[in-house]
Write a protein that binds this ligand. Structure first.
Ligand SMILES: [Zn+2]
Length: 297
């Protein structure tokens, strides 16, 4: 039976999934990422694992998600893997010359997975991942938006507060300094709370703690503002919120949605708000969607 493979290469594990052309997952498995010797064994390990797990004669294409900027099939730099200027398609072709591949940034394929691998797909969707940092991805008309410098979807570095806290990127007041797990804790402290992790701040806010509520209010104000800016730029069908902080669930999403709708321009107030569905498998699903688009057109 014809199938496609989606592979999400992370710094510690490589997640692989075999899918029917329709999108149904046939099987998934993972192997550890060997980062020794500048990651030179990673693609060998993947090739060996694929030979073991699937009948390669059935495989019509393989999609990769990698943790770093990508140009075509060249990974410009993936610090967590030890890769620099590695043409994944070129290396892969030596072993499996008949199998087409796609290579994309992991945050972008995660967005593609969250946009298209759900029952009611959103052809145009903007994905915000709120974790230790803030990441994201933009999908327009079913396609990843990469931008001219590979920076499209770097939503965490949208500047929201000109006089805000210093960001890892060197600028001040980026969304990441406010809406990440670290940002939430920083805001809680600013409002006089001594809670030291984001989940505790959300739990306290849910229970009515005023200091925690002030922190979450400030955080959701910033996130809603960022979404307003994105809405008048991209005008998506949906915003999907993922990452560890999104586990706060409806409490977070309803708050952001309400604030967003108050400042939304015209009909962009009808943008759907969703919590991410795929968790750590989003990249694997999205890598499948990317290769599906390449081979099925
Ligand atoms: Zn920044």
């Amino acid at each position: 039976m014809a199938s496609l493979i989606g592979i999400d290469i992370g710094g510690t594990t490589i997640k692989m999934g075999q899918f029917k052309l329709t999108g149904a997952l046939i099987k998934k498995w993972e192997i550890p990422t060997q980062t020794a010797f500048d990651g030179m064994f990673i693609l060998n390990d993947i090739e060996a694992s694929l030979s073991l797990e699937v009948n390669l004669l059935d495989v019509k294409g393989i999609g990769f998600g990698v943790p770093g900027p990508v140009n075509g099939s060249v990974v410009l730099e993936a610090v967590n893997l030890g890769w620099k200027h590695l043409d994944v398609a070129e290396v892969f072709k030596q072993k499996f010359p008949h199998i087409p591949v796609t290579v994309d940034n992991d945050a972008n394929v995660a967005a593609l997975g969250e946009a298209l691998s759900r029952e009611d797909a959103y052809p145009s969707m903007v994905f915000f991942t709120l974790g230790t940092g803030v990441g994201g991805g933009i999908v327009v008309d079913g396609k990843i938006v990469e931008g001219s410098h590979g920076a499209a979807g770097e939503l965490g570095h949208m500047i929201i507060d000109l006089n805000g806290a210093l960001c890892n990127c060197g600028q001040k007041g980026c969304l990441e300094t406010i809406a990440s797990a670290t940002g939430v804790v920083r805001l809680a402290k600013k409002h006089g709370s001594d809670l030291t992790d984001a989940k505790a701040v959300f739990d306290a806010a849910k229970a009515g703690d005023l200091k925690a509520l002030s922190a979450i209010d400030e955080m959701t104000d910033a996130l809603a503002l960022a979404m307003q800016h994105v809405a008048v730029t991209v005008d998506p069908d949906a915003f999907v919120i993922g990452g560890g902080v999104s586990k706060a669930g409806a409490f977070l999403i309803d708050k952001v949605k309400e604030k967003y709708q108050k400042m939304a321009f015209s009909d962009t107030k009808h943008v759907a708000f969703e919590q991410a569905l795929l968790g750590h498998n989003a990249g694997m699903y999205g890598a499948f969607q990317a290769i599906k688009q390449k081979v099925m057109i």
